[in-house]
Design a protein. Structure first.
Length: 528
């Protein structure tokens, strides 16, 4: 089906919706998507419209006609946005935030602690979206950030110094970034300064909301992202970059407080958003790589089966989320609602930039260690795209890029005691598709066993080793927590061989991930 026929279908569907709606708050929005050749944001007589570009009200998607014109039914509290096509960019502000949208709040937002959108009144006569040409090859890189989750200006400073500053210092060939929710941590006044920090990356930066970006005093889920709409723009949207189609979603459902219980949130995709995804995907070829992203991981989604059914027949789909302050890869087949067991669906629960909420012992620069709950250092990812293929590299903050594995081994013990306890390897970006091996002193490689939890005996043993090593040393009055293996889906183990001679030995672990990337780590330990 060509795009001209699709435009006709979209227009007819939209007109039928107008007739069916028949409510006082429904209006017709119109406008033009145009090639802003002089860059002033205003359409001049010699600036042509662009055909075949999607524009949405958050439910329907209308394709522009040959003159770049579009029209949609709009309700009283809709946001209208353009779906960025390949080879074009929308208008961007100085911090790389896109402005290809119009927030329509005819009566304004309800009164909220952090403020919403002022009344916009009647729709403008024409809502025009300028686009600007840019080169978008098949191969490109994107930076992915999970949960910056800043509460105070100091935590914005930590993000700047710990994560963003080093990227700016070292440089990057990534061309776009996405942040996976919990941009703020309940204090929505931190959204603007965080956006300012992210703007120093010097690239377009796209955001989605998390549960800590909600207006907790909102009377319903419908009004729970009004501060977000005012500061950040649409709650959900989509765009093309190169050959990849990105769908940026909101999967947080807010349940306001009642007389019986406190306000709370759950995970789900509301029906208007589902309708948008359906209409959006109808315009995306089945073989194209689709990357959807939302905040709360897929397993917690109340309507997971319905959501996954939207991707039936699509072999190239990647899902991204964050929220848990851990990192792990999931693969879904038919038992979880995915359409194919032969081509399982890959969903990455992403590392957080704040680690464990910017908490932990401070280094000499005053930056907390703040590892995630599964021992993964706080950080971000770089995704390399090539057509409909991708590879993901996790990058730790404040550490060498090669730091991908942490080894836990007994120290200063006799050979028989060492052999009675396991060596553990926390492979930070490991998955069930990783190969993890260990060798001692350059000997033969042995496959390690993936197991999600260390034994209680080993944790107690490592704790004792740690505490014994500190005896007699000058230390601060505050106790230092023991460094022990932590339960996670990316933990492997193997036993040491018997008969090791006294002295130092080297444990080497190497891992090859699902993308063919190989990393290694070495740990020295002593036999008494």
């Amino acid at each position: 089906m060509d795009r001209r026929m699709l435009r006709t279908i979209c227009t007819v569907s939209m007109l039928l919706a107008i007739v069916a709606l028949g409510v006082a708050d429904a209006s017709i929005a119109r406008g033009v998507v145009f090639d802003d050749r002089d860059g002033d944001g205003v359409r001049a007589a010699d600036e042509p419209g662009i055909a075949g570009v999607g524009v949405s009200n958050g439910r329907d998607v209308a394709l522009t006609d040959d003159s770049g014109r579009w029209q949609l039914t709009v309700e009283d509290a809709d946001t209208i946005f353009v779906i960025k096509p390949r080879g074009w960019r929308t208008a961007m502000d100085e911090n790389g935030c896109w402005s290809g949208y119009y927030v329509h709040r005819r009566r304004g937002s309800p009164a909220l602690q952090y403020g919403g959108v002022e009344p916009t009144g009647a729709l403008p006569r024409s809502i025009d979206f300028p686009l600007y040409r840019q080169d978008e090859p098949d191969r490109f890189k994107a930076l992915i950030f999970g949960d910056p989750q800043v509460t105070t200006p100091w935590e914005v400073e930590l993000l700047a110094r710990d994560v963003i500053g080093p990227i700016v210092t070292e440089g990057t060939d990534a061309v776009v970034s996405f942040s996976l929710g919990d941009i703020a941590n309940n204090n929505l006044d931190m959204l603007p300064p965080l956006v300012d920090v992210m703007g120093k990356l010097g690239m377009p930066n796209f955001y989605l909301p998390g549960n800590h970006d909600e207006n907790y005093d909102a009377s319903s889920d419908r009004w729970s992202l009004e501060t977000w709409s005012r500061v950040m723009g649409p709650e959900y949207y989509s765009l093309d970059w190169g050959p990849v189609h990105f769908i940026v979603l909101d999967d947080v459902v807010w349940h306001p407080a009642t007389a019986e219980e406190k306000g709370r949130y759950t995970a789900g995709i509301h029906e208007e958003q589902m309708e948008f995804i359906r209409n959006d995907l109808a315009l995306v070829p089945k073989d194209r790589l689709v990357v959807y992203m939302f905040h709360i991981p897929l397993p917690g989604l109340a309507n997971r089966a319905e959501f996954l059914a939207l991707f039936e027949g699509r072999p190239n789909v990647l899902g991204l989320s964050a929220h848990t302050h851990t990192q792990y890869h999931l693969f879904f087949g038919s038992d979880a609602g995915w359409w194919s067991d032969e081509q399982p669906h890959h969903h990455l629960v992403h590392v957080t930039s704040c680690g464990s909420w910017w908490r932990g012992p401070l280094d000499e620069h005053g930056i907390p260690a703040t590892p995630c709950r599964d021992g993964v250092p706080n950080g971000y990812s770089e995704i390399s795209f090539d057509g409909n293929r991708y590879s993901i590299e996790y990058i730790p903050a404040r550490r060498p890029r090669s730091y991908q594995v942490e080894i836990f081994a007994p120290t200063a013990v006799t050979a028989d005691v060492a052999a009675a306890h396991r060596v553990y390897a926390n492979v930070f970006a490991g998955s069930s598709r990783s190969i993890v091996e260990m060798r001692i002193d350059g000997g033969e490689w042995q496959a390690m066993v993936q197991e999600g939890m260390p034994t209680e005996e080993d944790v107690a043993f490592y704790t004792t080793c740690f505490e014994e090593s500190l005896k007699g040393l000058r230390r601060e009055a505050k106790a230092v927590p023991p460094h022990v293996p932590t339960g996670s889906p990316h933990l492997w183990h193997e036993s040491l061989p018997a008969g090791l001679t006294p002295g130092y030995h080297a444990i080497e672990v190497r891992t090859t991930d699902m993308f063919g990337q190989t990393y290694s780590a070495t740990r020295l330990f002593r036999i008494d």
